[in-house]
Design a protein around this ligand. Structure first.
Ligand code: GLA
Length: 387
């Protein structure tokens, strides 16, 4: 990881609190290789951790309550037991993600130590790479360690998701927190979002002469919350009509029969995306298990088409980035994350990164879009104490 973020968090701690932090905890952002909007349908996802992190410099405080500050906000925010008690949501803005973690820990019966935390981050915000899950995961990992709390790693994502769902009020699934907490270096995290079972899938791009280019569309994120919630409700309603616990329970072989039972055309498209996307994750995992990385390209591109045409969560900027990457020779390309902007992943030959990002830049220029930003990423480790 880039240690300047850690240095900046430690410096921020000293400057704000006039003391040394006990330690530094880092939690990464993520991209999802494939499996979009499948998590809240009890399905499958395959994210990997980015080299960008939120770093928490933290120490136990000698007076009650929690004070948090960050290099990405002006003033420190203090909250106590009343703001993290039975009523979620009392702290808003970025500090609400941290207060949500304290709330969720206390709700689960943990004795959370009073603490002072200073954050720094190089995870891009608003790019759909889970800067908020990284913030939650950094706070959670720091508080668990500082308090010596007995919370196994496998149980942490659900607690962080609860903070996001109940305290912050965003109806997201469990993928982002799982990625930030459970990913391992050099692997993609194959997660069953029903059982929370994981398999670390080898994803050694460099050995295969490949790279994943991440192209941030820099498209303004609009209507994200409302549209996300609408997709989720539509999927849950479809599962109810079909009489299954979740859309995960509809197999590709059963898809046509299921679609025949749904009167609403939009709902039919949503269901088709989820059912085919779950299968694409399983097919991708199968290929990666046998080291056939290049061959996942067409699955990525098919996933993008499904998000564009059936789930309807892409915007012109991401479609153009995908088309430009494919025209420049990418094996596959797709939007990653919740949608309505965010980043595109392109699977390319390692020596084609510059050409591919230049192709995306030219395509954006022709369309009059704000220029994209691109970088290559290999899978990094999940949340951990770094000093
Ligand atoms: C957002 C949510 C995740 C997941 C993705 C889409 O990142 O936080 O839970 O639903 O969108 O795959």
């Amino acid at each position: 990881m880039d240690m300047t973020v850690a240095t900046s968090a430690a410096g921020n701690f000293r400057q704000t609190y006039g003391a040394e932090p006990t330690g530094l905890w880092a939690a990464p952002g993520r991209v999802n290789l494939i499996g979009e909007h499948t998590d809240y349908n009890d399905g499958f996802v395959l994210p990997f951790a980015l080299p960008q992190h939120v770093v928490a410099a933290a120490a136990v405080a000698d007076s009650p309550g929690w004070t948090v500050c960050s290099t990405f906000a002006d003033d420190p925010v203090t909250f106590g037991e009343s703001e993290t008690g039975t009523e979620p949501g009392a702290v808003s803005g970025w500090a609400g993600y941290v207060a949500g973690i304290v709330w969720a820990l206390r709700e689960a019966g943990f004795d959370v130590p009073p603490a002072r935390i200073a954050f720094a981050s190089d995870v891009p915000v608003g790019a759909g790479v889970s800067s908020s899950a990284a913030l939650e995961s950094a706070a959670l990992t720091a508080l668990v360690d500082l308090g010596g709390l007995d919370l196994p790693v496998a149980d942490r994502p659900a607690l962080a998701q609860r903070a996001e769902n109940r305290y912050v009020g965003a109806p997201t699934g469990i993928m982002d927190q799982s990625a930030s907490i459970r990913c391992t270096e050099g692997r993609a995290l194959f997660l069953d979002c029903r059982s929370y079972e994981v398999e670390q899938i080898p994803f050694d791009l460099a050995a295969a002469g490949l790279a994943i280019l991440i192209i941030n569309s820099n498209a303004p994120h609009q209507h994200v919350d409302g549209e996300y919630g609408a997709r989720r409700r539509s999927c849950e309603e479809a599962a109810r009509i079909l009489g299954v616990p979740a859309l995960r329970d509809v197999t590709p072989a059963e898809l046509d029969a299921a679609l025949g039972k749904l009167a609403d055309e939009i709902m039919r498209r949503r269901v088709r995306h989820i059912v085919t996307e779950n299968q694409r994750v399983l097919d991708t995992v199968e290929l990666l298990r046998s080291g056939r990385i290049r061959e996942i390209g067409p699955l990525m591109t098919a996933s993008h088409a499904s998000m564009r045409d059936d789930f309807e969560i892409t915007v012109a900027q991401v479609d153009v980035a995908v088309e430009a990457a494919l025209a420049a020779g990418a094996y596959g390309a797709r939007m990653t994350g919740g949608g309505f902007g965010g980043c595109v992943l392109a699977l390319i030959d390692a020596d084609r990164a510059d050409e591919t990002s230049a192709a995306a830049e030219r395509a954006y220029e022709r369309r009059g879009f704000t220029a994209p930003t691109a970088w290559s990423a290999t899978p990094g480790p999940g949340a951990a104490r770094v000093s």
